[in-house]
Design a protein around this ligand. Structure first.
Ligand code: ASP
Ligand code: MG
Length: 424
């Protein structure tokens, strides 16, 4: 029987009650084999990033690391009021490792330190959940993703070695003793037994990796929203669910900045035609969203992706000669060098305009660099609205009272860079 993959993110395991809810969902679905990919609990990854930052700044990281373990111990106590010596001892061991690691003298590769510490979040969350599920009679098998998801050693952005990873996961599956497997999202293992991470919010991608390797029947991402919505409820009051979109549409939406699914998740699933469900862990019986190869529903509902804090940069040659290909190629290289991602671009005879998200220091360094050879003007505090499958009435409503700085249309997508009237 084909295996299914479930993925639970930080919000779905944020405290003891959330973990009890996860157990209910698993118990309701235990008629078929299941691999459950789990993230760090709640905001643990942010807190561990805080530990690393304090450590690198020469600050007092120890109380911060203590807090991370204190939170997990209290969650464990709540879940398992009786003796739970084994899980407690495991947490104590991981804690000793973390302290010992940071107390070493020579640690100067920041990204390396980050991965060795931040990956702990996923290890301890899955250890606690494993202990709890065993206590509840679910019989899970705990898999160490560091030994299965094989990566290079590009810390914080490790790249998956697919063939090796596939072999390892297939082998683990063949040799399994249980039909319920618990493992970690976000983390992998590089050469020399080093821990690596796949990039923030990478657990969705991990779920896709396990699904790909096991030719899974489906992947379900459990979230605190009813599924893929056509807009972020933070900015829009009338959001609606996208019941069924295609892999292609999901990739487009995440490219333009919709943040429901990690962008790297879709491709491996599309390659093997594995359907992806996005469902609410609060109402697990609702159908949620389905992402598969059906494109017929894609354009039924317009989707809105709204980004604040955008900057429009206009670049001209100093002598106002035409902007030609040599300039453009030089400009792209400078954007790439400073790691500034372009959102929209437009050119005229003498100027080239791009909009980017304001990324603080990175952007300032880019602008300084451009200023050496070009005339640069910029406007900040802008908003970028991307509308997939737009219609003109809705657009008119959305730009009411705004100053439109740039507008781009293709057949399916409209992008509007604007300033809200209040700021004029
Ligand atoms: N725990 C990691 C993060 O918060 C990975 C994930 O949640 O997907 O970024
Ligand atoms: Mg998360």
């Amino acid at each position: 029987m084909a295996v299914r993959i479930f993925k639970f993110g930080g919000a779905s395991v944020k405290d003891a009650n959330a973990v009890r809810n996860l157990k209910e969902i698993i118990q309701h679905n235990n008629s078929e084999p299941l691999v459950v990919v789990i993230s760090a609990m709640h905001k643990t990854t942010n807190h561990l990033e805080g530990v690393v930052q304090a450590f690198l700044d020469g600050g007092d990281w120890k109380p911060l690391l203590e807090q991370v373990f204190a939170f997990h111990l209290s969650t464990l106590d709540e879940l398992l009021p009786a003796e739970h010596a084994e899980t407690k001892e495991t947490l104590a061991k991981i804690k000793r490792y973390a302290f010992a690691f940071l107390e070493q003298e020579e640690l100067n590769d920041h990204d390396f330190v980050y991965d060795q510490i931040v990956s702990i979040g996923e290890i301890i969350s899955t250890k606690i959940i494993d202990g709890y599920l065993r206590e509840e009679g679910c019989d899970p098998e705990w898999w160490d993703a560091r030994k299965l998801v094989h990566t290079d050693n590009r810390y914080r952005n490790a790249q998956v070695a697919w063939c090796e990873t596939e072999e390892r996961i297939e082998k683990a599956w063949k040799e399994r003793k249980q039909d319920l497997v618990i493992t970690q999202g976000f983390i992998g293992g590089g050469d020399h037994n080093r821990m690596t991470t796949l990039g923030r919010e990478g657990s969705d991608f991990s779920a896709a990796i396990f699904a790909y390797a096991l030719n899974a029947a489906s992947v379900t991402i459990w979230k605190d929203v009813p599924g893929m919505l056509n807009a972020d409820p933070k900015y829009f009051s009338n959001t609606s669910l996208l019941p069924n979109i295609s892999y292609r549409e999901a990739i487009e939406l995440s490219y333009f900045g919709a943040s429901v699914i990690h962008p790297k998740t879709i491709k491996p699933l599309e390659n093997k035609q594995i359907p992806l469900f996005v469902k609410s862990f609060l109402s697990p019986d609702e159908p949620g969203s389905l992402i598969n190869d059906n494109t017929s529903e894609d354009s039924k509902v317009p989707s809105y992706i709204f980004k604040t804090n955008q900057v429009l940069i206009s670049i001209s040659t100093r002598d106002f000669s035409f902007m030609v290909e040599e300039h453009l190629s030089d400009l792209f290289q400078r954007f790439a060098k400073h790691g500034v991602t372009i959102q929209t671009m437009q050119n005229s005879a003498i100027s080239f305009s791009v909009s980017v998200a304001d990324q603080g220091i990175k952007l300032q360094q880019l602008i300084e660099d451009l200023n050496k050879d070009y005339q640069v003007r910029y406007n900040d505090g802008l908003e970028l609205m991307t509308i997939r499958h737009y219609n003109t009435e809705v657009v008119a409503e959305l730009i009411k009272g705004k100053e439109v700085m740039l507008e781009q249309k293709t057949r399916h997508t409209m992008r509007i860079l604007m300033r809200s009237a209040a700021r004029q």
